[in-house]
Write a protein that binds this ligand. Structure first.
Ligand SMILES: Cc1ncc(COP(=O)(O)O)c(C=O)c1O
Length: 450
């Protein structure tokens, strides 16, 4: 490891950071995180903070999860890599596919397809959806529907279904045949509806109308996050996903649940689909599947989709997608250990309990600080939306959001800001005391920006 001064001098000088402007990063280099333990990380200056970002919604079990570390070490010694392309496989991959079939049985999912992360998982879902219809003799079903404010990674397919302009504009033109519905976002929506249930109905009507316009037999799939994460933690009404499931069923459209954030307990349920009582046709997972210690993902596939492929007798059923690291033995071993620990600690129940406390604390901050326009969340995914004018809902300026971020950090808690949203996605092993630490630090941060 190089000396501290070398790291500080070269920070952001020779690298372009993801999701950042290179010039901005050079002008204001990022914090150098040097170590992590439990729910805390320590920066290179020795400042220890509670990580209310949870890495990037993925370090669900914290930074000291010894069983996952041990599984990685052991697998590196036994078999550090082998390909899972046709002809070879490995033991952890087989075991993980068995475990995941059990884990996701309540979601009606039976098969896995392994990837290297969330964007890859989304891409595979989109591809398999189109292929499913081709196998079934409906090759014209190629279009996709998605939600504005949805985040589905940054591959071209994922960016095309993505519902945030800042991940799209600079890369257009994207995939043709992708259509977006309004987000189930009561705070701001084109219908001016504040009732979440009414809003769900309005979006469902619009979906029906658009399907009639496009022709159901041209649509492959509808993709949604059960709770929209990166778009600002938008929690739909409980009727929303079931409504969308019903419409998809009526028109032969596949439902893809993007659970890259919500799978494995973050919402307080073991999956976002289960939270809403919906069984998707395909599910994208990644992130917490290895507790973030290894880049890995899994697409989960329903028996209906699996049957189409497995009973196919020609080349249409052959999967022409996959990654060198699909089913990486070290990733699979990490995932097996992470799943075991996730279950043993019953982190979904803790996410639900701590999430209720966190949301109550954030509502207290909203009552106290005019800067907080809206508070949203479920389980351990929450957001504060900052506004400069509550009545007009004017988004807070970048400098104000930055002051909240820096002052909260100084007060001992690392949060994530995205536009005017402060997003919280701490590890699911959070304690009640940790929740109070987050609220107190945010209180300081918001006061600094007032
Ligand atoms: C819902 C969702 N889908 C897909 C992705 C993309 O995952 P990755 O960054 O691992 O490619 C993310 C990442 O945050 C996500 O939140």
């Amino acid at each position: 490891m190089q000396e501290t001064n070398f790291l500080i001098d070269n920070n952001a000088r020779h690298v372009w950071h993801p999701m950042a402007h290179p010039a901005e990063m050079q002008a204001g280099p990022p914090k150098i995180i040097a170590s992590g333990a439990g729910v805390e990380v320590t920066d290179i200056a020795g400042k220890r903070v509670l990580d209310a970002v949870g890495g990037l919604w993925n370090v669900n079990l914290g930074y000291s999860c010894e069983p996952v570390k041990q599984a990685i070490r052991e697998q590196l010694d036994a078999l550090p890599y082998y390909s899972a392309f046709r002809g070879t496989t490995n033991a952890p991959l087989i075991e993980l596919s068995y475990e995941l079939a059990d884990w996701f049985a309540p979601d009606g999912l039976a098969r896995s397809f392994f990837t290297s992360g969330g964007s890859d998982s989304v891409e595979i879902c989109l591809r398999l959806a189109r292929q499913y219809h081709k196998i079934n003799g409906q090759p014209e079903r190629t279009k996709f529907f998605a939600l504005k404010k949805g985040y589905h990674g940054t591959h071209f397919g994922g960016a095309s279904v993505n519902g945030n302009a800042n991940f799209r504009r600079n890369y257009e033109p994207l995939l043709p045949g992708v259509f977006h519905l309004p987000a189930p976002y009561p705070y701001r929506n084109p219908f001016n509806l504040t009732g979440p249930a009414e809003l769900a109905q309005a979006i469902a009507r619009m979906f029906e109308d658009e399907i009639a316009f496009q022709g159901a037999d041209t649509i492959a799939a509808f993709i949604m996050e059960p709770v929209l994460g990166a778009g600002g933690v938008i929690v739909p009404h409980s009727s929303f996903m079931p409504l969308m499931r019903k419409i998809c069923d009526k028109h032969g459209i596949l439902l893809i649940a993007d659970e890259v954030i919500t799978a494995f307990g973050r919402t307080g349920a073991w999956s976002g689909s289960r939270l809403w009582g919906v069984q998707p046709d395909l599910m994208a997972t990644a992130k917490a599947i290895t507790n973030a210690y290894f880049p890995f993902g899994a697409v989960m596939i329903s028996p209906k989709v699996a049957a189409a492929f497995e009973s196919n007798k020609d080349a249409l059923g052959s999967i022409g997608s996959g990654y060198t690291y699909s089913g990486h033995p070290v990733g699979a071993a990490a995932a097996l250990a992470a799943l075991k620990e996730t279950k043993r600690l019953n982190v979904a129940a803790n996410a639900a309990a701590r999430g209720t406390e966190l949301l109550a604390g954030l509502e207290g901050l909203q009552a106290k600080h005019a800067l907080v326009g809206d508070v949203r969340g479920i389980g351990l995914m929450c957001a504060l939306e900052l506004v400069s004018d509550r009545a007009k809902k004017t988004a807070a300026a970048k400098a104000v959001v930055n002051t909240v971020y820096e002052a909260t950090y100084e007060a001992g808690v690392l949060v994530r800001t995205s536009g005017a949203n402060v997003i919280l996605s701490p590890p699911l092993i959070l304690t009640a005391e940790d929740v109070q630490r987050i609220i107190a630090a945010l209180d300081t941060g918001l006061s600094a920006a007032a």
